[in-house]
Design a protein around this ligand. Structure first.
Ligand code: NAP
Length: 259
């Protein structure tokens, strides 16, 4: 399918690895020029070069922490005019509700709620002026069904989801769509570190934790970054102009629900 976005310019945050990288790859395949970001320069440059070599699109990189004002300022300065914004950042660590202090919540809110909101505030006006734009926020399946040990994530993502629900309906008249993409478990470094935390908690090996995790999904596996990226690219496509303020769950059917 031609996604109709060749020549558009996308900022994909936190995209040297994992789901952000999957989104960057799929957008590049659709002919979109990219601004990529992560804190570590090495993996970022490697991903950027692989994308240039594979798809021939223009790729700009900015090594910066997207959760900070200073990092976002540098990313926005390098980004220039952006048609497509994919918001992403690392997720908060797992833990227990008795352990979390105000500072832990502030960190989670900075990375997973306030950073995407600040980037939307900065980039939506240009999209509105040009009459076209796409925003996809990578959130989590925990928005639909809480994951107890990820309470910091549950809280921050809920805040972002509420913001998007209202804002998406205010900008849609300008040809700008905002939607959230909710990953269930996908094979990334994040999934490995969560399996390790489960293994430590339950006194089993990481391999056992991963097997149990896979078996618990209706598909018998976890998701792939490529599948996630393809869904993101569709949400950024010309065909998705009537998709507004939605929370698209990509979890292999793990959330047991009729609707
Ligand atoms: P990942 O494999 O750990 O990749 C994270 C990427 O983001 C890396 O490129 C990392 O590079 C970059 N990054 C992290 N924090 C950053 C920051 N503050 N500023 C800029 N770049 C940053 O994670 P993932 O599995 O792709 O997950 C992406 C998001 O989806 C996370 O918020 C995660 O909680 C959520 N999620 C993932 C899953 C899953 O199964 N994978 C499920 C539900 C939700 P640097 O470290 O070099 O910065």
């Amino acid at each position: 399918m031609d996604l109709g976005i060749t020549g558009k310019r996308a900022l994909v945050c936190a995209s040297s690895k994992g789901l952000g990288r999957g989104c960057a790859m799929a957008l590049a395949e659709a002919g979109v020029d990219l601004v990529l970001n992560a804190r570590g320069a090495e993996a970022l440059e490697a991903t950027a070069q692989e994308i240039r070599d594979t798809y021939g699109v223009e790729v700009t990189t900015v090594a910066a922490d997207i959760a900070t004002d200073e990092g976002r300022a540098r990313v926005l300065e390098a980004a220039g005019q952006i048609d497509i914004l994919v918001n992403n950042a690392g997720g908060p660590p797992p833990g227990f509700w008795t352990e979390w202090e105000r500072e832990d919540f502030i960190k989670a809110l900075d990375a997973n709620m306030l950073a995407p909101i600040a980037l939307m505030k900065a980039l939506l006006p240009g999209m509105i002026d040009r009459g076209w734009g796409r925003v996809v926020n990578i959130t989590s399946a925990s928005v639909r069904s809480p994951i107890a040990q990820l309470g910091l994530s549950n809280s921050a993502r809920a805040g972002l989801t509420g913001y998007v629900a209202g804002t998406a309906r205010q900008v849609a008249q300008h040809g700008v769509t905002i939607n959230n993409l909710l990953p269930g478990l996908h094979a990334t470094d994040r999934a490995t570190s969560l399996a390790k935390a489960t293994a430590d908690r339950e006194g089993i090996t990481i391999e056992e934790a991963a097997r149990n995790r896979d078996a618990a999904n209706p598909t018998g596996r976890i998701g792939k970054a490529e599948e996630f990226g393809a869904t993101c690219a569709f949400m950024c496509s010309q065909h998705a102009g009537f998709m507004v303020g939605q929370n698209i769950l990509l979890d292999g059917g793990a959330f047991n629900s009729t609707t």
